[in-house]
Design a protein around this ligand. Structure first.
Ligand SMILES: [Zn+2]
Length: 288
């Protein structure tokens, strides 16, 4: 999280925060982001992990002593997608945390719509890549692997896949909520359970969720226009998620209503607490 600690300023009407100072100074912003890449200060090769690297051109580029790969400090990391300055990344991250829209960020930072859209996509992937089941989440099962070529984000698959809609299961335990990709499940499977096994199902826009299923408090997916929504019957029993209406569920519903769920991925991506800057800077974009 960006440190909002106020730094004293003698002249300005408002004391400058540390973030203000970083946003105004590209070199300081770069140092700040680099501190997340190599916390102990020793660089290593992003390709083979070897720790002996040579500095080329004032530390802006390096070469691995083992595999001879030439790289720069952000090579192989999410932040390396797009051509934003470090100050831009920080400004963008701050607006992302404040849930600004692509249009608002575009206007505020004077960047192109596509640049901002791609950077936000990189942030969302960086957050997703930190999940314990990241390998599953960014895989052919969700279709999200189609957005990556090696460790680079591409514009996404040319044709949106209509045949595979992943289903997620929600488990709430105390103050925690877990969202799992349910292996082997597709939206069609849930429709089948609704029609043949009376699993309660609610549609809200393209978002569909169900009553309790096995260990899950509910199943959830983001549908597309190919699904037979007309077969969804109104049932007397409210889905458990609505019945308990937990803090998490209220939050999740408000997020889904705002973002209408990412249109291309079919994945409700809900994340409450994260450290965006360290995630985007330090996370290696290659999947482990
Ligand atoms: Zn190497």
């Amino acid at each position: 999280m960006l440190d909002q600690t106020r730094t004293t300023s003698a002249s300005g009407p408002r004391p400058l925060t540390r973030v203000d100072l970083l946003l105004a100074n590209e070199e300081a912003a770069r140092e700040y982001l680099l501190s997340f890449c190599w916390p102990d200060g020793s660089p290593y090769c992003p390709r083979c992990g070897h720790e002996k690297v040579y500095n080329l051109s004032n530390g802006k580029r390096m070469r691995c002593a083992s595999c001879k790969y030439t790289f720069q400090p952000f090579s192989g990391r999410w932040i390396n997608n797009g051509a934003l300055s470090c100050s831009d990344w920080l400004a963008l991250t701050r607006m992302f945390e404040r849930e600004a829209s692509v249009h608002e960020i575009t206007e505020s930072l004077g960047l192109s719509y596509n640049t901002v859209y791609k950077a936000l996509t990189a942030m969302r992937f960086a957050i997703l890549a930190h999940a314990l089941d990241a390998n599953q989440l960014i895989s052919p099962e969700t279709g999200l692997d189609g957005y990556l070529k090696g460790n680079r984000l591409t514009g996404g698959p040319k044709d949106m896949r209509m045949d595979t809609i992943p289903v997620y299961g929600i488990i709430q335990r105390g103050k925690l909520a877990f969202i799992d990709l349910v292996p082997g499940f597709q939206a069609e499977t849930v429709f089948h359970f609704h029609m043949n096994f009376r699993l309660s199902m609610v549609r809200s826009g393209n978002l569909v969720y169900t009553d309790r299923y096995k260990d899950y408090d509910g199943l959830i997916f983001c549908g597309n226009d190919t699904l037979p929504y007309h077969v969804i019957r109104k049932q007397e029993k409210q889905p458990q998620l609505d019945e308990t209406n937990s803090e998490f569920w209220q939050y999740a519903q408000s997020r889904c209503a705002v973002s209408a769920v990412s249109p291309a991925s079919g994945s409700p991506c809900i994340s409450r607490n994260w450290s965006s800057v360290s995630t985007i800077a330090a996370a290696r974009s290659s999947r482990r």
